[in-house]
Design a binder for this molecule. Structure first.
Ligand SMILES: [Ca+2]
Ligand SMILES: [Ca+2]
Length: 254
């Protein structure tokens, strides 16, 4: 009987501890953002909040995310290179992010398509709540550009072309253009020249050294060998359909 009593009281103590633990867990970290839905994950130890996609070129001070908050008494952003692009503002019952003066440089500097923020919120119950924010960006079309061409002169031996009419004349002179737009619709480039009778142009995608967008290499061939020996100045163009970049090139026909 004594053993049974001991067993019961043992169970009672365990149950009591369990109730206390649950109370403790429920009451801990009472910070909350009063938002639900897609992109809001409050299930883990660290919450994940993904904002609605925002234009990469919003003006300074534009509010990009805003939510009512509850029991949030402090906020500390973890050190991160993205911090400078957004400014977090904590109010009594609201938290918001605004685009900073650096915001519009984000994609060209960081070469990323979403801004990450990690913030530890101090809660009214003295506990902390860590929240990881992700703000995906919507691409705005920017102009393509030619990557510097180290040697802008191409020497062509006409005899070689006679033997091989499809010979690429710029094998040793890389002519690359890039477009860092991350929406491929805005970064698909085509090439042209102001001497179409002299040159046949083709191009191929090359791995981008920029880490974002697309890069293409121009492939130049002569249209025919029926061309005078001499020095030709050629303007090359690349366009994404909306914006066009140009570069000058010298072709020496020998
Ligand atoms: Ca573009
Ligand atoms: Ca862009």
């Amino acid at each position: 009987m004594g053993q049974l009593t001991l067993g019961l009281s043992h169970l009672t103590v365990l149950a009591l501890i369990s109730v206390l633990m649950n109370t403790f867990l429920v009451n801990a970290q009472d910070c909350d953002f009063l938002i639900e839905g897609e992109g809001i994950d409050k299930t883990g130890t660290e919450w994940k909040i993904t904002g609605e996609p925002i234009s990469e070129e919003l003006g300074t001070q534009t509010i990009i995310w805003n939510a009512p908050s509850e029991n949030v008494v402090s906020s500390t952003a973890a050190t991160h290179p993205h911090n400078k692009y957004l400014t977090g503002h904590r109010y009594n019952s609201r938290y918001e992010y605004r685009a900073s003066a650096s915001f519009s440089d984000f994609v060209s500097v960081e070469r990323r398509t979403s801004i990450e923020r990690s913030v530890t919120f101090g809660c009214a119950d003295g506990k902390d709540r860590k929240v990881n924010f992700t703000f995906p960006l919507i691409d705005v079309n920017d102009a393509p550009f030619f990557i510097s061409i180290p040697d802008k002169a191409i020497n062509v031996n006409l005899e070689e072309i006679e033997n091989d009419p499809d010979k690429i004349i710029n094998e040793n002179v890389a002519i690359n253009a890039a477009d860092i737009d991350f929406n491929p619709i805005n970064s698909e480039l085509t090439f042209a020249s102001d001497r179409p009778s002299l040159l046949r142009l083709a191009w191929e995608e090359v791995p981008s050294s920029l880490g974002i967008g697309q890069e293409f290499g121009a492939i130049l061939r002569l249209n025919s060998t029926d061309v005078l020996v001499g020095r030709y100045s050629v303007n090359l163009f690349c366009t994404d359909g909306q914006y066009t970049a140009s570069t000058n090139l010298t072709i020496n026909i020998l």
